[in-house]
Ligand binder design. Structure first.
Ligand SMILES: [Zn+2]
Length: 160
């Protein structure tokens, strides 16, 4: 696998990813707020595509532009944290409509928050009834098995 990491500035995320041994190409957009297909095309030159099974693209990380720009990806995945409001899906519906998966992240913090997971899920499904919602914690690793299973099933089906 490899990663195209899009951020306005810095290579901080690329440094973190490279430390895991995964090949990564950082794209800085400057004042720009999203990647486009041309940027992805240029970044892909950094990788040996023949050896590539899985490419992750972080599209800068806002909830607006990634819903609108086709980067040639097979699937869009939204990472939503429980430290954000439950009503984010209603405020930014386009990305939730375009995505196949929501990773509801930072669930390890739930004991410390007034956050209603079911309310959030209901709002996501109101926008996109077919979407898969997985509760995960990047910190503790909880829920990651289901996420890896989803990735594996998509690759076996040849859809990703
Ligand atoms: Zn944008």
């Amino acid at each position: 696998m490899c990663v195209i990491e899009g951020d306005q500035q810095t290579d901080n995320d690329a440094v973190r990813i490279a430390a895991t041994g995964v090949p990564v190409e950082q794209v800085n957009t400057g004042a720009g707020c999203h990647l486009d297909a041309r940027m992805v095309c240029l970044a892909l030159k950094a990788f040996d595509l023949e050896k590539l099974d899985l490419l992750f693209i972080e599209n800068v990380g806002n909830l607006v532009c990634p819903g609108a720009f086709d980067l040639g990806e097979h699937h869009k995945v939204v990472v939503l944290s429980v430290t954000e409001g439950e009503d984010k899906p209603l405020k930014y519906p386009q990305i939730f409509r375009a995505a196949q998966v929501v990773l509801l992240n930072k669930v390890d913090l739930l004991p410390y928050l007034d956050y209603h997971v079911e309310k959030c899920k209901e709002m996501v499904r109101r926008i996109n009834p077919a979407i898969t919602i997985l509760e995960v914690s990047g910190k503790s690793g909880s829920g990651m098995d289901a996420w890896y299973r989803w990735l594996w099933e998509m690759s076996v089906k040849g859809e990703g």
